[in-house]
Design a binder for this molecule. Structure first.
Ligand code: ATP
Length: 359
């Protein structure tokens, strides 16, 4: 188990700057996620950590050791790919043994470690099968065992669950967390699936256009996004544009639907008059039918356009004055607040309004 440090890493392919000046510190034993849309450079970054690509500039350290120029097989990393990449002509056991044979590990030790790795991923009884006799989830378990059997300092996972169906993905999420917690190995996990990242990560680096846009634990990244890009990429969100009218303990933002109040301290103080967007999550908005009562703060009237039933909740699309459309999650589908075409009040707590500088 080691820490991993990236110092000002960039990678260009011809004209394309795939990774641009990324600096990161990943702690020993951390389950660290790199999350971002397709083409943001996360796979390129992972491949540089694995040693498959050399950075155009910058340094990579494992602990104190500079491994920027070290070939992949001397980095002691285990890699898990989206497509499992198992050898089809070898049994499960032979696949797992492969890395140990390359390292010329003595046979007795090989046997013990293969046994441990297969137990870890709960595949002992499948040792004699060939990969094409396994389900996708089982193949990915074997790929994990193959990565873990060499006692890697760092495990690198590239979209490991993308090929699995939704139910298996959930099951394997739990498995990866369990294996990480049992082994305590540093793991770096690349995905575009925000649910995977939010549910598993110790910390997440959200990437966009080759750059790290924000690093934080899942709750911070979700509830305190530092830019509209991050807010939009992680989960559903609503944006209401406006101008800062007043700063202080709370920020007052003048919008087309009246003043909105945010009690979330901004990363950098706003100047009155600055353009901002108010970011409000759909589940932070309460629907109030009939009279709005005494509620005065962050109270907006809207008309319901559409209601979508989603099983455990309903999603309302509502239109505000000025034509902004918002999404609202209503957690009780059995207690409808309004029907399409009706007027309704929306309210939300100032602690759930994040004012951000537009990009
Ligand atoms: P995805 O989720 O689709 O795999 P990603 O975030 O992992 O995307 P990368 O695969 O790292 O993104 O690609 C980042 C950028 O670099 C893209 O614009 C891609 O086209 C480009 N790129 C990646 N590999 C190469 C290569 N070998 N040669 C040229 N361009 C490349």
């Amino acid at each position: 188990m080691v820490s991993v440090t990236l110092e000002r890493i960039s990678k260009t392919f011809g004209e394309v700057e795939a990774v641009s000046d990324v600096s990161l510190e990943i702690g020993k034993g951390e389950l660290f996620f790199m999350l971002g849309p397709s083409g943001c450079g996360k796979t390129t970054l992972l491949r540089m950590i694995a040693g498959f690509y050399l950075p155009t500039s910058g340094r990579i350290l494992f602990g104190e050791r500079d491994i920027t120029q070290t070939p992949p097989h001397k980095r002691n990393t285990g890699m898990v790919f989206q497509n499992y990449a198992l050898w089809p002509h070898m049994t499960v056991r032979e696949n797992v043994a492969y890395g140990l044979e390359l390292r010329k590990t003595p046979v007795e030790e090989q046997n013990r470690r293969i046994q441990e790795a297969l137990e870890m991923v709960r595949m002992t009884e499948y040792a004699g099968r060939s990969p094409n006799q396994l389900s996708g989830g089982q193949q990915q378990r074997v790929a994990l065992a193959r990565a873990l059997v060499i006692n890697p300092d760092v495990v690198l996972l590239d979209e490991p669950l993308s090929n699995l169906d939704a139910k298996l993905r959930l099951e394997m999420r739990d498995e990866i967390r369990r294996i990480h917690d049992e082994l305590g190995t540093t793991m770096i996990y690349v995905t575009h699936d925000q649910k995977e990242a939010l549910s598993l990560a110790d910390r997440i680096a959200v990437m966009g256009m080759g750059e790290v846009r924000q690093i934080g634990d899942p709750r911070t990244v979700y509830t305190r996004p530092s830019s509209p890009f991050v807010a939009h990429f992680i989960g559903e969100t609503n944006f209401i544009p406006g101008k800062v009218a007043h700063t202080g303990e709370e920020t007052v933002i003048e919008t087309a639907v009246g003043p909105l109040i945010s009690s979330v301290p901004p990363d950098r103080p706003f100047v009155p008059g600055a353009d901002v967007v108010c970011c409000i999550r759909p589940e932070s908005i309460d629907l109030v039918s009939g009279s709005a009562g005494d509620e005065k703060t962050n109270l907006i009237s809207a008309s319901v356009i559409q209601i979508m039933y989603l099983g455990e909740h309903e999603q309302y699309s509502v239109r505000l004055k000025g034509d902004t459309t918002l999404k609202v999650v209503h957690p009780h589908p059995d207690r409808r607040k309004a029907e399409p075409g009706q007027e309704i009040w929306l309210t939300f707590d100032p602690s759930h309004v994040v004012a951000l500088t537009p990009e």
